[in-house]
Design a protein around this ligand. Structure first.
Ligand SMILES: Cc1cc2nc3c(=O)[nH]c(=O)nc-3n(C[C@H](O)[C@H](O)[C@H](O)COP(=O)(O)OP(=O)(O)OC[C@H]3O[C@@H](n4cnc5c(N)ncnc54)[C@H](O)[C@@H]3O)c2cc1C
Ligand code: FES
Length: 367
């Protein structure tokens, strides 16, 4: 699960973002799917404490043995600043193998219309998907709608222009700038990347019939909400829309083993009741069974890590699904549900990093 990779090259994408290209020292390939992320484990916490953060792969499997991640500076952020300020070619980085379900499976036989909607660093998983489809699917078309402040904040500016120019019309990139430095131009739009802008762009692209396209989106919560509203107006079925967030939204849920998710109003009541007690949780992982006592103010993952049980995790924010498990019995409250689909919740999947037991009979299977 853990690997040590060498930084083999760095590409400065914009003033505040860099692509870090990594390889295993023996150059053996590491399996990945377009849209997955790598977890970087860095000794940059207080007193050299190891911190983990998820970074989507901007590379695709056909670039193996190289894996690349693209990191954008977050103001005041611990790991992004550490990476941007200190990373060097030749440095060794500890990582977890690629994970994540925000993926597409390229197929040479596919003939599909893909619409990728992103803003800022949300381009990274979309870039991996875009390159994979261009390389593998000669009969598919991709429309990328990419929002940024201005021309200078566009990550992969040149790569996108080259991909579009050499694609025989299979790739279209529509840039949306909130504060452009230059006026006018084809495939450039000025304003917020909101539902009106999205509808305007989508309705002009007749080779992307709205209901038949597949949609992948990644960006700030505001963009995701606007995009969802636009797609609802275009009557795009939910099954055609996939999304990934880099930042938590604090939308809660409950997973009950084998039962449908309960109404959100019940959640807060139950969560409040749960502040009183410590509850037993049984965890089945890699052939071992662990029983832990989870206090009300800790998550299942925190409690397990406190007891040196080496469970898998990455973002610790309910986003990336690295800590996903299945609730075989009992009831678990989730502080955040962004990483799980409705169908996963209904099947009893939970995220240990944001999960609290609500009953004393919780059994979770991981892996
Ligand atoms: C599945 C997944 C994939 C990701 N892929 C990428 C990627 O490809 N490139 C990339 O640059 N980042 C990516 N991220 C975000 C990344 O993991 C870190 O959260 C980000 O680099 C900030 O970490 P930090 O230690 O610098 O900030 P922290 O010290 O953790 O946070 C500092 C403050 O910034 C806020 N914050 C955290 N992240 C963001 C953000 N993205 N935008 C605005 N505010 C934020 C926090 O809420 C906090 O208030 C991804 C996250 C997930 C869950
Ligand atoms: S560690 Fe990322 S969802 Fe739990």
């Amino acid at each position: 699960m853990y690997q040590t990779l060498t930084v083999v090259e760095l590409t400065q994408e914009t003033a505040d973002s860099v692509t870090i290209h990594l390889e295993r020292p023996d150059k053996a390939p590491i399996a990945s799917r377009p849209g997955q992320f790598l977890t970087l484990i860095l000794p940059c916490g207080p007193g050299g404490k190891k911190e983990r953060r998820a970074y989507s792969l901007s590379s695709t499997p056909h670039e193996a043995p190289r894996l690349s991640v693209t990191v954008k500076r977050v103001t005041g952020g611990l790991v992004s600043n550490y990476l941007l300020d200190t990373v060097k070619v030749g440095q060794q980085l500890e990582v977890m193998e690629p994970l994540g379900n925000f993926t597409l499976s390229p197929s040479p036989k596919a003939a599909r219309s893909l619409v990728l909607i992103g803003a800022g660093s949300g381009i990274t998983p979309l870039m991996s998907m875009l390159k994979a489809v261009v390389k593998t699917e000669p009969n598919s078309h991709v429309l990328l709608i990419y929002g940024n402040r201005n021309e200078e904040s566009v990550i992969f500016q040149k790569q996108l222009a080259t991909l579009e120019a050499s694609s025989n019309g299979r790739v279209q990139v529509e840039h949306v700038y909130s504060q452009p430095l230059q006026a006018g131009g084809a495939h450039r739009h000025t304003g917020r990347l909101n539902r009106t802008m999205l509808l305007r762009i989508l309705e002009q692209r007749h080779q992307f019939p709205a209901e038949q396209a597949e949609y992948f989106m990644c960006g700030p919560e505001g963009l995701m909400t606007e995009a969802r509203a636009a797609l609802d107006l275009l009557k795009v079925p939910e099954t055609r829309i996939r999304r990934e967030s880099f930042v938590a939204t604090a939308e809660t849920a409950e997973a009950i083993a084998g039962q449908p998710n309960v109404a959100a109003t019940d959640v807060s009541t139950s969560a409040a009741d749960n502040t009183k007690t410590t509850r037993s949780v049984t965890i089945q992982y890699e052939g071992s069974e662990y029983v832990i006592e989870v206090p009300a103010n800790k998550t299942i993952l925190e409690t397990a890590l406190d007891q040196d049980i080496d469970l898998p995790y990455s973002c610790q924010a309910g986003l990336c699904t690295a800590c996903r498990g299945k609730c075989l019995s009992g009831k678990v409250h989730l502080d955040e549900r962004e990483g799980l689909s409705d169908s996963e919740l209904k099947q009893g999947y939970i995220l240990t990093c944001v999960g609290h037991p609500m009953t004393d009979d919780v059994v979770i299977e991981i892996g």
